[in-house]
Design a protein around this ligand. Structure first.
Ligand SMILES: Cc1cc2nc3c(=O)[nH]c(=O)nc-3n(C[C@H](O)[C@H](O)[C@H](O)COP(=O)(O)O)c2cc1C
Length: 324
């Protein structure tokens, strides 16, 4: 059944899709063709964060198809991070030109670079000298205007990048407002590189609406939609999971992530900090009261009893709301 389906890529989401989550998701749900790491940055032009080094360590990314992502605004920065990826044995790298966080935008990184074609050009030149890696770009329509991505398209088409992922919002929008499919269409119709759609895909119907309108897409990238329903990619390719199987897999996913974090993090507070985001995009599966209990837990024992309630209510919350 999966033969005529589009490839599904799991979007990078800082604080959510780190290696512990990615590996557990790949093993328990699957259905994803490629995972991306959240971006790796160079700190003060010279060092890397321990957490980010841990996230891309080869021993944490075995048996999974993964592309590490970097964020940079100058060729020097890009080359330093690319060298790190090469040293770790990677053959591909994705360049973040979409992050909307004001601090990074001000440094002309992420979506902040889109308004500076000369900076984008310098990065695209720099990658020509790095033969060990294939590069791709993940971007938005622009920082302030969709014209920005169209203005960059000529040089992107001529560059050596292998593919482009486009999230059709502006950086200034952050995650607010609707995705702009008409602007996506303009880019799509002139883009000569394999193009991946990304943004607000929550259901199989959403995937089909996009692929019907844009049949030449190379793949669909999904972020929050898979966090909300980790079975989404599998179900798109293989048909629906039985609710009881899905619930069992959700429990497995949760428990294996908790077990893995508990094995190397010191202290309950750190473990809770890593576990709470697991629930952030799943409001439809949780009663408000249960969600509050999870959010407020300050001890692992409190958290685990809230999670037990969450799973006892699993699959019933949405149904009773529908009946109301
Ligand atoms: C909490 C959070 C963290 C994110 N971290 C990254 C990141 O590290 N790199 C990146 O390219 N995009 C990042 N994004 C953007 C997503 O990859 C994706 O483009 C965006 O969420 C839209 O897709 P979606 O609607 O399928 O989630 C992040 C988004 C969120 C909400």
């Amino acid at each position: 059944m999966s033969d005529n389906k589009y490839k599904i890529e799991f979007a990078p989401l800082q604080g959510h899709t780190e290696f512990v989550y990615r590996n557990a998701h790949n093993k328990i749900f699957g259905g994803v063709d490629t995972y991306y790491t959240p971006f790796v940055r160079l700190e003060k032009g010279e060092s890397f964060r321990t957490r980010e080094l841990r996230d891309i360590a080869p021993e944490h990314n075995e048996d999974i198809n993964i592309i590490p992502q970097l964020i940079a605004s100058t060729p020097e920065e890009l080359k330093s991070i690319a060298q790190l990826f090469i040293n770790k044995g990677y053959k591909k790298a994705d360049i973040n030109m979409g992050c909307p966080f004001p601090l990074l935008v001000r440094r002309q990184k992420g979506s902040g670079i889109l308004a500076h074609p000369e900076k984008v050009e310098a990065l695209l030149k720099a990658i020509e000298e790095i033969e060990e890696l294939e590069f791709s770009v993940k971007m938005r329509l622009g920082l302030d205007s969709a014209e920005e991505s169209l203005a960059l398209l000529g040089m992107l088409n001529e560059s050596k990048i292998t593919h482009i992922t486009l999230h059709p919002r502006l950086g200034v929008q952050q995650y607010k407002g609707e995705v702009d499919l008409d602007s996506f269409e303009k880019f799509y119709s002139q883009c000569k590189k394999p193009l991946i759609y990304n943004g607000d895909i929550m259901t199989i119907e959403d995937i089909e609406n996009i692929t019907n309108r844009f049949p030449n897409l190379h793949a669909i990238m999904i972020g929050r939609g898979i966090l909300a329903n980790p079975a989404l990619a599998f179900e798109y390719k293989n048909g629906p999971l039985q609710p009881a199987d899905k619930k069992k897999k959700m429990r497995q996913l949760h428990d294996s992530i908790l077990e893995e974090y508990s094995s190397y993090l010191q202290g309950e507070r750190q473990i809770l900090e890593k576990m709470k985001p697991f629930w952030e995009y799943m409001p439809h599966e949780l009663e408000k009261k249960t969600r509050k209990k999870i959010e407020k837990a300050s001890k692992l024992s409190q958290y685990e009893s809230a999670v037990a309630i969450a799973f006892s209510q699993w699959g019933k919350v949405g149904i009773s709301e529908e009946e109301d």
